[in-house]
Design a protein around this ligand. Structure first.
Ligand code: NDP
Ligand code: GDR
Length: 371
């Protein structure tokens, strides 16, 4: 039985990857951070009581900023495959916490690679690094592929650029099976609530149910190549099953704007909107409503506004990936379209919003967390 170690197992990708590997018969070990509250919601459904006989899913307390902890876990687990998905992954937050982002995202990757080498596991353990389309930043070529030059535009992207090259370096210097998946944005109902797609599907669902009145967003013109996390974790595993380690771009090859994702989410929630105004004055006004789906909304309501506090000091305006290499060499093609993904995300968030609305109707106080 193969053993995998996943950093960031409590995150969006980590949870889907853990499920995927368990289905493949792996023994899966994940690193979770200590927090003052439970932070395992995304993996609770696959949690196994450590008192059970032969559990297949194990959680270890750890942190990418702690070398001795990572070394000890690697030594204990002796994994065949390491998936380094842990990171301070929010681009906007990285401008506020650049040093921590560098420590976790750049140095964390080095710590793991060096621990594998120090423990003499460099010929046995394969290593996957969660690289990102944010490396392209100020894009030099459209669409972006493995050979497109990088120009990172945030402390997050700069840290991930170090992680990308140190992974390549350990491959070249020590013959390690170490590779980068250069993944374009991928989302799901498990996406963190402060990334734009989930912020939109959750916000629109809450508005539809009368729990909120307006959603505030930043750059509505940003263009992204959005795929589904389930498709992308499959590819992470495929990348470690080859004879030689290589880096791959993982993307859908299609892009839409934030504004279009808002429109699509509203349609899925039974709301038709019209966008007017430009820049900070842009708004979305309701022009039609399906009252069964969206009882909290009326024609004429302004449900989306722009708030400059969500603008970034340096923005990545457009990303579009070319996944030809992954298709040709690995036979990977994404199966879920952005339209299907958006419908799934809105359906999940609408369900939650309906439950909150019901509680509210019966007099229970409902606090809706926001950033
Ligand atoms: P999430 O933000 O959902 O998950 C990040 C995970 O990393 C969480 O489990 C988080 O723990 C953990 N983590 C954060 N800091 C540390 C730390 N110091 N030590 C250990 N663990 C830590 O990200 P995604 O699942 O979306 O992304 C997975 C990886 O892929 C990330 O590295 C991200 O940068 C990268 N990526 C993501 C893309 C996307 O579109 N989703 C695209 C390209 C790359 P906790 O739950 O406690 O916060
Ligand atoms: P990104 O994702 O920065 O691409 O990084 P995010 O969803 O945060 O932003 C996408 C685009 O939407 C614009 N935007 C807003 N973004 C947020 N978060 N909140 C808003 O209110 C808002 N309004 C507009 C942003 O400016 C941006 O242009 C994600 C992360 O998962 C990274 O870890 C990963 O590496 C990249 O995708 C690929």
């Amino acid at each position: 039985m193969k053993k995998a170690l996943i950093t960031g197992v409590t995150g969006q990708d980590g949870s889907y990857l853990a499920e995927f590997l368990l289905e493949k018969g792996y023994e899966v070990h994940g690193i979770k951070r200590r927090a003052s509250l439970f932070n395992t919601e995304r993996v609770d459904h696959i949690y196994e009581d450590p008192h059970n006989e032969n559990p297949k899913f194990h959680l270890h307390y750890g942190d990418l900023t702690d070398t001795s902890n990572l070394t000890r876990i690697l030594q204990e687990v002796q994994p065949d495959e390491v998936y380094n998905l842990g990171a301070q992954s929010h681009v906007a937050v990285s401008f506020e916490a650049p040093e921590y982002t560098a420590d976790a995202d750049a140095m964390g990757t080095l710590r793991l690679l060096e621990a594998i080498r120090f423990l003499g596991m460099e010929k046995k353990t394969k290593f996957y690094q969660a690289s990102t389309s944010e490396l392209y930043g100020l894009v030099q070529e459209i669409p972006q592929k493995e050979t497109t030059p990088f120009h990172p535009r945030s402390p997050y992207a700069v840290a991930k650029m170090y992680a990308y090259w140190i992974t390549v370096n350990y491959r070249e210097a020590y013959g390690m099976y170490a590779c980068n998946g250069i993944l374009f944005n991928h989302e799901s109902p498990r996406r963190g609530e402060t990334f734009v797609t989930r912020k939109i599907t959750r916000g629109v669902s809450n508005i539809a149910q009368g729990l909120e009145s307006c959603l505030f967003l930043g750059n509505m013109d940003a263009l992204r190549d959005w795929g589904h996390a389930k498709d992308y974790v499959r590819m992470q595993w495929m990348m470690l099953q080859q004879d030689t380690a290589e880096d791959f771009v993982i993307a859908t090859g299609k892009q839409i704007s934030v504004r279009e994702f808002v429109r699509m989410s509203c349609e899925n929630a039974g709301i038709t909107v019209e966008f007017t105004g430009e820049g900070v004055d842009e708004i979305a006004t309701v022009t039609d409503v399906n009252a069964d789906l969206a009882p909290g909304v009326s024609v004429g309501d302004v449900i989306v506004k722009v708030d400059p506090r969500y603008f970034r000091p340096a923005e990545v305006e457009t990303l579009l990936g070319d996944p030809s290499k992954a298709k040709e060499k690995l036979g990977w093609v994404p199966e879920i379209t952005v339209e299907e993904m958006c419908a799934e995300m809105v359906a999940c968030d609408l369900e939650k919003a309906k439950q909150h609305a019901l509680l509210k109707k019966h007099g229970y106080a409902v606090a809706v967390a926001k950033e």
